[in-house]
Design a protein around this ligand. Structure first.
Ligand code: PEP
Length: 246
């Protein structure tokens, strides 16, 4: 039996509609089981509608601030009150397009946990960093930003998603072995501070996962499921990916 419950999360990015919620929630509610956690991350305006379908819901980002004069931002407490359970922090598109630094990502992580949301911390190296052998350094630094601010115990109520930037939306997936090596590195790093926490920590892989490559990726010892972008917009593909995680 798996030590950790598998999870498959679907990040819709700036896509989706009420129709897609209806289609996807129907498909998910048909295959829901106790063996796997399935979570969908629609854009903010669709969060309430997704919650109402009974599908576990998350938000794609969150403000690091308490409520106040921050036009256009969304407060963590509001996301929680709407019934969402998770929030993505540090997605590579937030880091690169919106210049979110490791410090800011750690503040968002802290704010999410303060209101009882579970942060999914996204980490991963760029193509150049990978070519220069910097993967472990980059991932380590991104995780240390959380540990240095909040202590390793903060990772207990969180999920980590390893998403190599070069694999996101590109059709280039890390090989199962490549991904497993980085996941093991992450787990070992955390185990050096807290062994039990590391053993219980869910670590997802993300980056061009589809129904053809998911089974082998999810079969790796330290890969506990996936964070899925493009393929989470198609019910058949997403359900096939969920089934391959069981
Ligand atoms: C993502 O956005 O987190 C992602 C992994 O996207 P894709 O599956 O499309 O590569």
């Amino acid at each position: 039996m798996a030590i950790r419950k598998p999870m498959v999360a679907g990040n819709w990015k700036m896509n989706g509609s009420l129709e897609l919620i209806k289609e996807m929630s129907g498909a998910i509610n048909n295959v829901k089981s106790k063996e796997i956690d399935i979570v969908l991350f629609p854009p903010f305006p669709l969060v309430s509608s997704m919650v109402l379908t009974g599908v576990c819901t998350g938000a794609q980002t969150v403000s690091e601030n308490e409520p106040g004069a921050f036009t256009g931002e969304v407060d963590a407490k509001l996301i929680k009150d709407l019934g969402a359970k998770y929030v993505l922090v540090g997605h590579s598109e937030r880091r690169s397009i919106y210049n979110e630094s490791n410090t800011k990502v750690a503040e968002k992580f802290a704010r999410a946990q303060n209101v009882g949301l579970i942060p999914i911390l996204c980490v991963g190296e760029s193509e150049t960093e990978q070519e220069n052998g910097k993967t472990e350094l980059v991932v380590s630094t991104q995780i240390d930003a959380i540990i240095n601010k909040l202590g390793v115990a903060a990772l207990k109520d969180s999920v980590i998603a390893y998403e190599p930037v070069w694999a996101i939306g590109t059709g280039k997936t890390a090989s199962p072995e490549q991904a497993q090596n980085v996941h093991k590195f992450i787990r070992d790093k955390i185990a050096s501070l807290d062994g039990n926490l590391a053993q219980g920590l869910t670590i997802l892989y993300g980056g061009s996962v589809n129904e053809k490559n998911s089974e082998l990726l999810f079969a790796q010892t330290d890969i506990d499921g996936g964070l899925i972008g493009g393929a989470s917009l198609k019910a058949d593909s997403f359900i096939a990916i969920c089934k391959s995680a069981e």
